[in-house]
Design a protein around this ligand. Sequence first.
Ligand code: NAP
Length: 253
Amino acid sequence: MGLMDKKVALVTGAGSGIGRESALALAREGASVCISDVNVQGGEATAQTIIDNGGKAIFIKCDVTNKDEVEAMVKATVDTFGKLDAAVNNAGISGSQVTRVHDTDDAIFDQIMAINVKGVWLCMRAELQYMIEQGAGSIVNIASVAGLIGAPKAAAYSASKHAVVGLTKSAAVEYAKMGLRVNAICPGYTETPMVTEITEVDPRMKELTVRAIPMKRLGQPTEIAEAVVWLGSDAASFVTGHELVLDGGLTAT
Ligand code: NAP
């Protein structure tokens, strides 16, 4: 018996990295999963892996900045699988931002905010409509340790993730009495394309990053996925408004 038996989950940005591993772990625990992403090839590959392993999955192309697409994604999940138990709002970008505030283009700030903040906002709103009707549901927003502390040369990204933590806590309190839970996960540096795109260009960056992490390594997306499953499942039934840090000890120093 898996933690997500007979449950239905939705994961945005599930074509790569943390989103993909979260979708695979949710399916491993028994969930039927809606995989969504702008990256069609990656999203279809995740869904196919679940199906090949005997699970149930659909892929829905969705840009989280597009309200109509977000509403259609949630509707397709409920139409296909009958309900929505766990929603993982994971899609996000770093904007490849490694610039100081005064050197950062407004366009990059706007793009990061549109995907990381408005995207989570639109997804939460659409998911909550169904969860309120059901009187149950768990939302897991993927924030970052940059949502808890400052991130030099990534101020826009850090601001966007602080906003995700604020959205999470506010909604957690608003819907607690209705039986809904809303939590955030704050990963530290995790070895996904988002990070390897930067460390491949500047290997010294990886060296410096690893040196700052007490465990002396980057996290793996599979490690973040285990926390997603736990918060998404009834095993975390008394947990809401929490920001769960998985960072190899980085923010403990
Ligand atoms: P990733 O490997 O780049 O995966 C992100 C996925 O989201 C990609 O498939 C990407 O598609 C998709 N995406 C981008 N914009 C989208 C949009 N507008 N609508 C829907 N999907 C979109 O990144 P990751 O490292 O797994 O990151 C996942 C989440 O974890 C993000 O919210 C990130 O901020 C957060 N996080 C990551 C780390 C880390 O160290 N990796 C640490 C803390 C928090 P494309 O590839 O086509 O852009």
